[in-house]
Each structure stands twice: as structure tokens, then as C-alpha cells.
Design a protein around this ligand. Structure first.
Ligand SMILES: NC(=O)c1ccc[n+]([C@@H]2O[C@H](COP(=O)([O-])OP(=O)(O)OC[C@H]3O[C@@H](n4cnc5c(N)ncnc54)[C@H](OP(=O)(O)O)[C@@H]3O)[C@@H](O)[C@H]2O)c1
Length: 285
């Protein structure tokens, strides 16, 4: 197959470029093609044309989206529409990356793909609106909702915790938001399999298991052998511009329907830590 990846320079994009094997893959960052410009999107794809377009490009600064709403909708919603229109005109399939933030977080059991969208933030709204628009343009597109992404080669929660833990004896982390960490490398493999299986509709793709940010931080520190104490705290002590869902665990049922299962998040974390360690060691040579 021929695969085009928008967002190839991001956390997930890098993992997709690294993991994808057996197909012809071309990746684009924002300098290669700005998805806000339909002409740039079409020009990027016309040379191929691809069997699948994977749209991992987005304005992902959740708090930044609150104060830059126009930019957020231009990239995350209109940009996605531009890519969908280009894919449609070339007869390509589309796989779009969406988020657990399309939900309001009031459930106490894992979110199914049939649950209603009710975003609480601008970022979540841009993704929810994009989902609806894309299903209108390409009813057979595949929408992959994921959550709490982490991976090597970019800013992510474990990286932040490790940097803090290196200089502080004690850190406080919120214990009242529950979700599922997702390792970019595992997600990339899941996406590759979904394309091979010609997946359609909404699919929830995260690592297995669930935790709070506090649980996640405690595991990161313990698995790294650091002595830092991780203390639980509450979100009201860390008020941020964008509201986060309190509970956003995504049910694996839609992924299992394709015969695909991702490993537990703790396994992804071990691989992340080993690879990060290798990278740090290589940098210091
Ligand atoms: N991070 C999470 O926790 C999380 C959770 C749920 C869902 N997601 C979704 O998963 C996907 C991948 O996330 P990520 O964390 O890998 O993102 P990321 O690291 O922030 O990377 C974003 C990517 O989008 C590209 N981009 C931004 N604006 C663009 C534009 N106007 N035109 C073209 N490309 C543009 C960037 O290109 P340059 O770097 O070249 O500028 C970069 O490649 C996104 O759709 C995100 O919304 C992420």
C-alpha cells in the first residue's frame, strides 16, 4: 500500500514513520504541507496518490487552544476537512486521530464509541466537530480516538516527570483524573493494523488498563529507580485554562472487534524508559 502521514514530525508521527513496514510511506510536517491550505494538502498527495492518508497533524496544546480558538479550529477542524476533501478527490481512505477529550468525563465506566460527544474544552470541541464533518465527507473513514499519549522524541508526561524528579525530592501529581496512558509506538502499530484491516468508523485505541496521573507518575519514578516521593493532590490545586475530563477511559471493545489488542500501559512505559535511556546515553557520547 501507499501511505501518506500528516503530522509525521510529531510524537505519534515519528513513531508511525519508524514502525510502519512493508508499505511505501511518505510523511509530511507542517513545513511540507500546512493542512490549513487545501492546495498544499492536494499538492502533497497528488504525486502518490495514497491508499491511506493518516491524519496525525493537529494543534495539540490543549490550554493554548483556549486562548487561540481560531487557530485551533483552523488546524484541527478545517484542516481535517481539507485533508478529507483531498483524500476523497484522490479515492484514498482516511484515518483521523481524535481524542478522549470529545467526552465530558462524567461516566464512571469506560467510554464506548456509541457514547455521545460532549467536549468541555476548545480542543475537545475542535476534535468533536472534525469527527462529525469527516463522517459527512467520507462516511467510511476511520476515526481513532486515543488518550494520554507518550513517546520518545517529544514533550510528554513521563518526560516532564523525569525532569522534575531529577531535581526535586518530592513532586505532587493530581489523583482525581482517570484515563489510560498510550505509548506512541504501540498506537502506531495498532494504526498500521487497522489500515491493513480496512477499518471503518470510530475505534478506541489505547494501551490496556487505566490509572490516574498520580498512579502514572508513581510508576514512572519507581520504574526509573529514582528516590523522589510522589504525592497525590487534586485538580483544584492545579487550575489550568482548559477543563479536563475527570474520567476518560476508552473501552477497548471497538479495537478488539478487529482482533487487535494493545499491551498494558506499564509495558509501554518500560519500553519508553529503555529507549529514552538509550537516547540520553547516545547524546552524552
Ligand atoms: N498528545 C496526546 O496526549 C493526544 C491524546 C489524544 C489524541 N491526540 C491526537 O493524536 C494526534 C497526534 O498527536 P501528537 O501528540 O503526536 O502531536 P504533536 O506531537 O503535537 O505533533 C503535531 C503534529 O502536527 C503537525 N502540525 C501542526 N499544525 C499543522 C498544520 N497547520 N499543518 C500541518 N501539520 C501541522 C506538526 O508539524 P510540525 O512539527 O512540523 O510543525 C506535528 O507533526 C493528534 O491528532 C492529537 O490531537 C493526542
Amino acid at each position: 500500500m501507499r501511505i501518506a502521514i500528516f503530522g509525521a514530525t510529531g510524537l505519534l508521527g515519528k513513531a508511525l514513520m519508524e514502525e510502519w513496514s512493508g508499505d511505501e510511506v511518505r510523511g509530511f510536517g507542517s513545513k511540507d504541507a500546512d493542512i490549513r491550505d487545501p492546495a498544499q494538502v492536494l499538492a502533497a498527495l497528488q504525486g502518490m496518490p495514497p491508499d491511506w492518508v493518516v491524519l496525525a497533524a493537529a494543534y495539540t496544546d490543549v490550554d493554548g487552544c483556549e486562548s487561540h480558538g481560531d487557530l485551533a479550529f483552523a488546524v484541527n477542524t478545517q484542516g481535517a476537512v481539507n485533508v478529507a476533501n483531498a483524500a476523497k478527490s484522490l479515492g484514498s481512505r482516511l484515518l483521523f486521530l481524535s481524542s478522549d477529550y470529545v467526552f465530558d468525563g462524567t461516566k464512571t465506566a469506560p467510554y464506548e464509541t456509541s457514547d455521545s460527544r460532549a467536549p468541555r474544552s476548545v480542543y475537545g470541541s475542535t476534535k468533536a466537530e472534525a469527527e462529525c464533518a469527516l463522517l459527512g465527507i467520507l462516511p467510511k473513514c476511520c476515526i481513532v480516538r486515543t488518550s494520554w499519549l507518550f513517546g520518545v522524541g517529544g514533550k510528554c508526561f513521563p518526560d516532564t516527570i523525569l525532569k522534575l524528579a531529577a531535581s526535586r525530592p518530592k513532586i505532587e501529581v493530581v489523583n482525581d483524573q482517570r484515563g489510560c496512558p498510550t505509548y506512541a509506538r504501540d498506537l502506531a502499530r495498532g494504526i498500521m493494523q487497522l489500515c491493513r484491516k480496512q477499518a471503518t468508523g470510530i475505534v478506541h485505541v489505547t494501551n490496556r488498563g487505566e490509572c490516574t496521573w498520580f498512579d502514572f507518575a508513581r510508576e514512572i519514578v519507581a520504574a526509573s529507580g529514582l528516590a523522589t516521593t510522589v504525592c497525590p493532590t487534586t485538580s483544584d490545586k492545579f487550575v489550568r485554562p482548559a477543563a479536563r475530563p475527570q474520567y476518560s477511559v476508552l473501552s477497548p471493545r471497538s479495537l478488539e472487534a478487529y482482533g487487535i489488542a494493545l499491551p498494558p500501559w506499564q509495558e509501554g512505559l518500560r519500553d519508553y524508559l529503555a529507549r529514552r535511556h538509550e537516547q540520553e546515553a547516545a547524546k552524552s557520547l
